[in-house]
Each structure stands twice: as C-alpha cells, then as structure tokens.
Design a protein around this ligand. Structure first.
Ligand code: CMP
Length: 143
C-alpha cells in the first residue's frame, strides 16, 4: 500500500494546527502509520531539503524548519502521495485553493505550514530519513 511523508512545520505546530491537519487526513480515509514530535538539527534539515540546496531561499528554509519542533508523520492509503498533495494545496499559499490546508491557513510561501512528499520515490526516501526506526507494521512493538 502506498505511503507518504507529511511534516507539520514549526509554524503549524506553534499555531495549534496539528489536530486540524490530522483530522483532514483521517477524514479522507488515510491511515496513520507513524507520528512523532521532533526538533531537527541544521544538518538534518539540510539533508531533507538537499535537492533545494542551490535555491536562494535554502538557508532561510533551513532556519525555518529548525526554528521549533515539527510533527513528522507517515500516512498510508490509495494514491496517498498525490491526494495528500491535493489536501495540502499549492506550495505558494497565494495559489492554493480555499479548502486546502495552505489555502485555509497560510499566506506566505516561506511559512506554508506543512510539507508532503512530491512523489512515491521521494516518499520512500523521506520516510527512511525521518523514521529510521520504522513505522507501524515493520518495527517491533514496545515491550
Ligand atoms: P515544501 O513543500 O516543504 O517544499 C520545499 C519548500 O521550500 C516549500 O514547501 C517552501 O516552504 C519552500 N519554498 C519554496 N519556494 C520558496 C520561495 N520562493 N521562498 C521561500 N521558500 C520557498
């Protein structure tokens, strides 16, 4: 079954949007397979966004992601990568439709509340990076 990596960024956590965002994925019918509240080191944020390292906004993006704890999640379901991106809305909140997470809760591309994997391949890499301990189904249970 397809899985995607979803991160609620520091602004989303600080603004108290965690419950609202989780509810949208749950109500759509997706299954939560992994979740943790974590702070990330600069080097880890740089690894997550390595593909963007040449962009002029890269340093600001890394500063933003390490500015407070984030919620890292794995969601599972049919076409969850593409559908997850639709639930999230366009990267620039100026272009994201009302009814999407960014369309409803963001106005600034530099503070756009949430990240979702952009392909099945990115999802596989991001889940491996953020959940090296595994997610429900392929880790051992607490004993
Ligand atoms: P995300 O979905 O996490 O993927 C890459 C991130 O880079 C994006 O959301 C934004 O947070 C950020 N980003 C993309 N374009 C810009 C930009 N022009 N200025 C600032 N941040 C950007």
């Amino acid at each position: 079954m397809e899985q995607t990596f979803i991160m609620i960024k520091p602004d989303g956590v600080q603004r108290g949007l965690v419950g609202e965002i989780i509810a949208r994925f749950e109500k759509k019918g997706f299954t939560l397979k992994g979740l943790k509240l974590v702070s990330v080191e600069r080097s880890f944020a740089e690894k997550h966004y390595a593909d963007l390292s040449a962009k002029p906004f890269f340093n600001g993006l890394v500063e933003y992601i390490i500015s407070g704890p984030v919620i890292a999640m794995v969601w599972e379901g049919k076409k969850v990568v593409l559908t997850g991106r639709k639930i999230i809305g366009a990267t620039n909140p100026a272009d994201s439709a009302p009814g999407t997470i960014r369309g409803d809760f963001a106005i600034d591309i530099g503070r756009n509340v949430i990240h979702g994997s952009d392909s099945v391949e990115s999802a596989r890499k991001e889940i491996a990076l953020w959940f090296p301990e595994g997610v429900v189904g392929w880790q051992t249970s607490l004993q």
